[in-house]
Design a protein around this ligand. Structure first.
Ligand code: F6P
Length: 359
């Protein structure tokens, strides 16, 4: 009897359950009743504390469209993984290895984003059989063209911009839609273009507020009495971006506004006199059912992960390269962030369209 553990870690997103289904359905198809799926509860925390449950076929049915994760998730920062917990004195890495053994696992399937993949790589180097899947609405995982969750989040953020468009037009207002993404701007870039934003601000392209204001004023001169800005949570001004790391952190911590969007809104309103509002869809972007694209890619990732297990090809993350699903060694991707290259084709095309990046 094969025993395969599955855990979901980090911020949730659409498609986690669809991926779990893809892995288990393929394993059942191959091994029949000779496989037991073991769900680890609440991500790495469950593996550290030995919290797991054997899942039946019924538990794993009806998952294709279900949002969230049936296993629960938690954030366990990679940088603390090797730090002994002062209160409990628990050695987390040793505990995870011990529980893997206690649960008699043949392999552990890990679904997660950047930090999760770093920990997956560590566990693989510690000798556990690990296979992983790329999850995050941020699409910032190195080694894959696409992460699951991203397209569903793009759909939601785009719908928000669509709705904001109608009210912005009615009132002749400037609207900022703050899109998730502290470190990278893929989600803001895609939703911004799909939603027809006039300005897109992302962390990778620091903005000059005067340039943003000029865009709004130019639109007014052209008779367009409203403007839509898609702004990433992590958008940063050129002044702040130029600061050394420590000072930059301090400047951000000292910001008097709840987020950068509110500061930009205040600056636009002051310079133009035009009413400027902020909409923050927040975790809405991670909720609900996966869209058709994510259902498909989660299923394909799941099948590919199961095949890695069947072939005992461990220490890899399944990934999308062009239109093919491939497997990349965890050691190659761990710790690398896939940012938006400021000169990439999609940014150039957005600029050709007249979208401002506030440069
Ligand atoms: O990594 C996914 C993500 O949704 C980011 O886009 C966002 O900045 C962050 O998680 C929010 O984290 P939390 O759910 O812990 O508030």
């Amino acid at each position: 009897m094969k025993r395969i553990g599955i855990l979901t870690s980090g911020g949730d997103c659409q498609g986690l359950n669809a991926s779990i289904r893809g892995v288990s359905k393929t394993l059942y198809h191959h091994y029949g009743d000779n496989v037991q799926i073991v769900g680890i509860i609440d991500g790495y925390r469950g593996l550290i504390n030995g919290e797991a449950k054997e899942l039946s076929r019924e538990d794993l049915s009806g998952l294709l469209t279900r949002g969230g994760t049936i296993l629960g998730t938690s954030r366990q920062p990679f940088k603390l993984m090797r730090v002994i917990d002062e209160d409990t004195m628990v050695d987390k890495v040793a505990a995870m290895k011990e529980n893997y053994k206690k649960l008699k696992l043949d392999c552990l399937v890990i679904l997660g984003g950047n930090g999760t993949q770093k920990s997956a790589n560590m566990l693989s180097q510690e000798g556990l059989n690990v296979v992983s899947l790329p999850k995050t609405i941020d699409n910032d995982l190195w080694g894959t063209d696409m992460t699951f969750g991203f397209q569903s989040a793009v759909d939601i953020a785009t719908q928000v911009i669509d709705c904001i468009h109608t009210t912005a037009t009615s009132h002749g207002r400037v609207f900022i839609v703050e899109v998730m993404g502290h470190k990278v701007g893929w989600l803001t870039l895609y939703a911004g273009i799909a939603g027809g934003a006039d300005v897109i601000l992302i962390p990778e392209i620091p903005y000059d507020i005067n340039s943003v204001i000029r865009t709004v004023q130019r639109r007014n001169e052209m008779g367009k009495n409203f403007s839509i800005l898609a702004v990433a949570e992590g958008a940063v001004s050129k002044d702040i971006a130029a600061l050394p790391k420590k000072k930059k952190k301090q400047a951000m911590a000292e910001m008097v506004y709840p987020s950068i969007s509110y500061q930009i809104a205040a600056e636009i309103e002051e310079a133009t006199g035009q009413e400027t509002r902020v909409t923050v869809p927040g975790h809405f972007q991670r909720g609900g059912s996966p869209d058709a694209y994510d259902r498909l890619i989660c299923t394909r990732f799941g099948v590919a992960a199961a095949n890695l297990i069947i072939n005992k090809d461990y220490g890899k993350m399944v990934a999308l390269k062009g239109t093919e699903i491939v497997a990349v060694p965890l050691s190659e991707i761990a710790g690398k962030l896939k940012e938006v290259p400021p000169d990439c084709e999609i940014v150039k095309q957005a600029k050709d369209l007249g979208i401002s990046f506030g440069e």
